[in-house]
Design a protein around this ligand. Structure first.
Ligand SMILES: Cc1cc2nc3c(=O)[nH]c(=O)nc-3n(C[C@H](O)[C@H](O)[C@H](O)COP(=O)(O)O)c2cc1C
Length: 361
């Protein structure tokens, strides 16, 4: 379970194992490691303390046991992990042989056999994203030192959506987003989204939504032609995030309805003497390389597959039809907790491609 060439991450652990975490290689010696900032990001992903999330009580206290000394990276692999303390295998043991719809159970049982550990989703669980978030924190430090900032936010939940562009400076965007548990930088939409999630939970259902992420300050030319362009590498890691079912850049699928004249972004010299574009339909990417305009991507997150209602499935042991009732503790909507994951995945990819292209040491 590895990703990256120069800034490399390797995830380990499983949802109901002793721990989950990541080993990050490629962080230059002397890079400051701000444990409080990393912990802050892990807290943004955590369910504990949220009103509208899973009731699993995981404190997710970050432990770094290799690669950092006196607050600085030593140049070797950095190992970071959190303990799994609130583990209840019971609900999953009762499911044996009856795959839960919308989960990885069925293909995982066929591929790995009945011995595969699917408690809490095993290695397919959203809990594995702890490692992506911790690695993303290190990547953000490297990028910030080059003047690059990243912020993701909730654009829609169910049918409640933030319309139009969000032209806020990144710091203000983060401030407004963090004022609401759902991660949307708008008070009215936040309460509508909270109501929608609460209603879904009450009716035994779940909701999905869209997360948008913006990165600013990228130099021109980040991305590796031909097979590792910026879009492919970002999509590669973003699609690894459980429940992500779509990724688009700039205007994304809407370009199919545009024309060449409306879709092209015209160039001009900005007041600082840099080349900029009047519009940003391309989302800051042309030919798989960054253009220097803000990178804009959106991720579609499916509704949480575990819903507390009987669902049709099959019994792989008796070879009969069956009904499954998924118990355990689940998020009625994954989106609010996945915002920081999308931000971290974006940071990891940018750090890796910046190193590969010689933009970072
Ligand atoms: C942060 C996060 C939290 C998640 N929480 C849950 C959850 O509480 N219950 C659930 O059924 N799925 C949850 N998921 C999604 C499942 O892990 C995922 O849908 C499942 O493993 C199948 O993979 P796929 O949707 O990518 O095909 C979560 C995903 C993420 C990223």
């Amino acid at each position: 379970m590895e990703f990256g060439r120069s800034f490399r991450i390797e995830l380990f652990g499983a949802s109901h194992g002793p721990e989950v975490g990541v080993v990050v290689s490629g962080v230059p010696a002397g890079t400051p490691v701000d444990v409080a900032a990393l912990q802050h990001d892990l807290d943004r992903r955590r369910a504990m303390g949220r009103r509208l999330a899973s009731r699993r009580q995981e404190p997710d206290e970050l432990l770094i046991d290799r690669g950092v000394h006196g607050g600085l990276a030593d140049g070797g692999p950095i190992r970071m992990h959190v303990a799994n303390v609130d583990v209840r295998r019971g609900p999953y043991e009762r499911l044996k042989g009856r795959p839960r719809p919308g989960h990885a159970d069925y293909p995982a049982l066929v591929r790995y056999g009945p011995g595969v550990d699917l408690s809490g989703g095993g290695i397919f669980s959203g809990r594995m994203t702890v490692g992506i978030v911790a690695a993303g924190g290190l990547a953000k430090t490297l990028l910030a030192a080059r003047g690059i900032g990243i912020a993701a936010f909730t654009r829609s939940i169910g049918r409640v959506a933030l319309r139009g562009p969000v032209p806020l400076p990144l710091a203000e965007l983060r401030r407004r987003r963090d004022a609401h548990e759902v991660g949307v930088p708008d008070r009215e939409r936040a309460s509508e989204m909270e109501r929608a999630i609460a209603a879904a939970r009450r009716s035994g259902d779940s909701l999905g939504g869209v997360i948008e992420c913006r990165a600013e300050g990228l130099p021109v030319g980040v991305g590796e032609p031909f097979f590792d362009p910026l879009e492919s590498e970002l999509a590669h890691l973003l699609f690894a995030v459980p429940a992500v079912k779509g990724v688009e850049f700039g205007d994304g699928f809407a370009v199919a309805r545009a024309t060449g004249r409306t879709n092209n972004d015209a160039f001009y010299w900005d007041p600082a003497g840099r080349v900029a574009t009047r519009t940003n339909h391309a989302g800051g990417i042309l030919g798989g390389l960054s253009t220097g305009m803000p990178l804009v991507l959106r991720v579609a997150v499916k509704p949480t597959p575990s819903v507390p209602r009987p669902q049709e499935t099959v019994d792989l042991i008796t070879r009969e039809g069956a009904t499954v009732v998924v118990t355990g503790r689940h998020d009625p909507c994954i989106v609010p907790r996945a915002v920081v994951v999308v931000e971290a995945a974006t940071a990891v990819v940018l750090a890796d491609l910046m190193m590969r292209g010689g933009f970072l040491p």
